[in-house]
Design a binder for this molecule. Structure first.
Ligand code: DON
Length: 574
C-alpha cells in the first residue's frame, strides 16, 4: 500500500508538471496514471485491481479481482450475496455486457409482499429472508474473468487478495466503522452478522482489525471450484438451510439453476460521443439514452451549468424517460420491451415536444416512500490496451437484508424490493412502477444501475475510448451518471470536478426536483419555483465514480479518475 501511495504522490507531482492547459487551471485534481487505472469506492479494492494490471492482467481480470475484494472490505455494498452488471469494451472496440442481476426464487409470486391489508409490506421486501434474490455476483465476477480476461491469471490469483484480506483482516475505514455503528441495532439482531461484525458485542473502532474467516472459507471454495464452489456444495447448502429455517424461498435448485447472461449493450450517439450502457433488466442504458437523445438538440453548454434553464431541460427529459421506464421496463425474459421504439428518433421527437417552454411539467400526483439507508458500488478499470470495464454491483440497501449466511460469512441482498411489490405503490427509492416489473418466480427485478462506457466518434466513424462512468444511489444512479457525463462533455470539468459537482434529480414520481446542498444558487431556485417546480433538498443523491482517457497529450495517453462519496474513494494506476 505504501508503495502505491508513494507512486500516486509521485504521479500526481509529475502530472502537475506534465499535464498542460485546463487541468492546471483547476484547484481539484483527480488521480492520474499512464498505463492503467482502477477507480473504486475502497482503497484495498483499487490496490488489488492495480496489482492485477501490473501482473499483466487486463481490465476484465482487474474488474473481477476488485469485485471480490469489495465483498470483503466494503461489505455494505460490495458482495458475494448480491448482483450486478458489467459493461466491457474490448481493446478491438467491441462492447459487451454481462447481466448478473439477482433473480426471484422459483417459488416467488406476484403478491408475496402484500400484507393482510392488501398493501405492500416494506418489512417483507426489505428485511425478511423473502427480500433476497438468488445471488448473481460470484457467477458474474467469474464470468468476467473467464470470458473477457487475458488468460494470464488463474482463478486463484484473481481471488488471492480478497481471500487474504478476509482471512488476515484489515483495518476498516471510517465509512465502514460509521455504517456498522449506525446500523448496529438492526444488524446485530442477526446472530450470524453479530458474530462477525460485532464480536463480543463490541462495535468496531478505527484501528481495529476486521477478520472474516467464514467469508475466507467461501472465497477459498470459489477459488478452488469456481462457480460450483458457491452454487453447489457446502456454501449452497448453508444458504439454502438458512432460508429454509427462516421462511426464505431460495433453494439449492434456484442456486444450481442461476446463469449469467451476455447481452448486447444499449448504445446511443450523442454529440460526437457513443454512449454504451446496460440494457434491461437494468433501466440505466435506456433512460440515460432517452434523456441524452431528448436533450441533444439543446445547447446545454450555452445555458450554463446548473442554471435554471439547464435544470428545467434535464428535469423535463428525466420526467419523460422515467415515466417510460416505470411503465414499460422489466425483465426482458418475462415482458415484451419495445426498446428500439423507445429509443427511436421519431418517438423521441414526439416526446421532446411535450417539454413545456419555461415552466414545469406535471407528473401524476402520488404518495412516495423515503429512501432508507442504501448502498451500491461502482468501479472503473482501464488497461493499457484500451480495454474499459464499468461495473456496478449491489446488495440494494446498505448491508442488504442484514443477515450474513451462517458459516459462509457473506451478506444477503434485499433486491426483491426493486420489484413493484404492488404495482402503483412506491418502492424503497420512491419509484412507482407497473405490471412489467411485478414479481414472478425466476424473474429479474428491474434495476437503475448504469455502468457506462463512452467513446468519442471521429468524422470517419472510428471510436476512441473516452470515459467510464457509474454510480450508486438507487433511482438516482441514472441522473448521476447523466450529469457526470454532461459535466465532462460540455462544461470543461476534469473528472474530479465532474464527479464532485453537486447534482439534482427527477424521476417522474414523486413530482419533485431533489437538490444536493449548494447545487443551485438562491436566485436559480427562485426562478425554478416561479416556473412551477417543487424543490426538495436532499443530503446526497448518489455517489459517482468515473475514469477518463485523456488523449493527445505529448507524453502519450494518460488516464484520470475519481470516486466520490464516503470520503474513501480511491484511484490507483501506474
Ligand atoms: O438495482 C438498483 O437499481 C438498486 N438495487 C440499486 C440500489 C442502490 O443503488 C442503493 N445505493 N446507493
Amino acid at each position: 500500500m505504501q508503495t502505491i501511495r508513494a507512486l500516486q504522490i509521485l504521479l500526481l507531482t509529475a502530472i502537475i508538471i506534465i499535464i498542460p492547459g485546463p487541468v492546471q487551471a483547476s484547484r481539484a485534481f483527480p488521480f492520474y496514471s499512464h498505463e492503467g487505472m482502477v477507480v473504486s469506492a475502497e482503497p484495498h479494492a483499487s490496490a488489488a485491481g492495480f496489482e492485477v494490471l501490473r501482473a499483466g492482467g487486463n481490465a476484465a481480470d482487474a474488474a473481477a479481482a476488485v469485485g471480490f475484494v469489495l465483498a470483503a472490505t466494503f461489505p455494505s455494498a460490495g458482495n458475494l450475496g448480491g448482483g450486478g452488471f458489467l459493461v466491457y469494451r474490448r481493446p478491438d472496440g467491441r462492447v459487451f455486457t454481462l447481466n448478473y442481476r439477482e433473480k426471484a426464487p422459483a417459488a416467488a409470486s406476484r403478491d408475496m409482499f402484500l400484507g393482510a391489508d392488501g398493501k405492500a409490506d416494506p418489512e417483507l421486501s426489505r428485511r425478511s429472508l423473502l427480500a433476497v434474490g438468488v445471488p448473481g455476483s460470484p457467477a458474474g465476477m467469474l464470468e468476467t474473468w473467464e470470458r473477457f480476461g487475458s488468460g494470464k491469471l488463474s482463478r486463484e490469483q484473481i481471488l488471492a487478495r480478497a481471500l487474504s484480506l478476509a482471512e488476515k483482516g484489515f483495518a476498516p475505514d471510517f465509512g465502514l466503522v460509521e455504517g456498522l455503528a449506525h446500523e448496529r441495532e438492526w444488524l446485530s439482531s442477526h446472530p450470524s452478522t453479530s458474530a462477525v461484525f460485532y464480536p463480543g458485542g463490541k462495535t468496531l473502532e478505527p484501528g481495529d482489525t476486521l477478520r472474516q474467516p467464514d467469508l475466507a472459507r467461501t472465497l477459498r471454495e470459489i477459488a478452488g471450484r469456481g462457480r460450483d464452489g458457491f452454487y453447489s456444495g457446502w456454501v449452497a447448502d448453508s444458504l439454502a438451510a438458512f432460508m429454509a429455517a427462516g421462511g426464505g424461498l431460495i433453494t439449492r435448485g434456484d442456486l444450481a439453476a442461476y446463469r449469467v447472461q451476455a447481452l448486447e449493450p444499449v448504445a446511443v450517439d450523442y454529440r460526437g460521443y457513443r454512449v454504451y450502457g446496460m440494457g434491461p433488466p437494468s433501466s440505466g442504458g435506456m433512460v440515460l439514452g432517452q434523456v441524452l437523445k431528448l436533450l441533444e438538440p439543446f445547447d446545454l453548454a450555452a445555458m450554463g451549468h446548473n442554471s435554471a434553464a439547464y435544470v428545467h431541460h434535464l428535469v423535463e427529459a428525466e420526467r419523460l424517460a422515467y415515466a417510460d421506464r416505470n411503465h414499460y421496463l422489466g425483465d426482458p425474459d418475462y415482458v415484451e420491451i419495445p426498446l428500439a421504439s423507445l429509443l427511436s428518433g421519431p418517438y423521441l421527437d414526439s416526446r421532446r415536444r411535450l417539454i413545456p417552454e419555461g415552466r414545469a411539467g406535471k407528473s401524476l400526483e402520488t404518495s412516495h416512500g423515503r429512501p432508507g439507508p442504501d448502498h451500491t458500488t461502482h468501479f472503473c478499470v482501464i488497461d493499457r490496451w484500451g480495454g474499459l470495464a464499468a461495473v456496478t454491483t449491489t446488495l440494494n440497501g446498505g448491508f442488504g437484508m442484514g443477515a450474513v449466511v451462517p458459516g459462509a460469512g457473506f451478506f444477503l441482498n434485499n433486491e426483491m424490493d426493486d420489484f413493484a411489490a404492488a404495482p402503483g405503490e412506491p418502492n424503497m427509492f420512491g419509484l412507482v412502477q407497473g405490471e412489467a416489473n411485478s414479481v414472478a418466480g425466476g424473474k429479474r427485478m428491474l434495476s437503475c444501475m448504469t455502468p457506462t462506457v463512452v467513446t468519442r466518434v471521429g468524422g470517419d466513424g472510428s471510436e476512441e475510448p473516452a470515459f467510464v462512468i457509474g454510480a450508486a444511489g438507487g433511482s438516482r444512479i441514472i441522473t448521476t451518471v447523466l450529469q457526470v457525463f454532461l459535466n465532462l462533455a460540455h462544461f470543461g470539468m476534469n473528472v474530479r470536478e465532474a464527479v464532485e459537482a453537486p447534482r439534482f434529480h427527477h424521476q417522474h414520481l414523486p413530482d419533485v426536483v431533489c437538490l444536493e446542498p449548494n447545487a443551485l444558487s438562491a436566485d436559480t431556485r427562485r426562478l425554478l419555483e416561479g416556473m412551477g417546480y417543487a424543490l426538495e433538498r436532499i443530503d446526497h443523491l448518489g455517489t459517482a465514480s468515473a475514469a477518463c482517457v485523456l488523449t493527445g497529450l505529448e507524453s502519450g495517453t494518460w488516464y484520470a479518475g475519481w470516486a466520490d462519496g464516503m470520503g474513501v474513494g480511491a484511484g490507483t494506476g501506474y
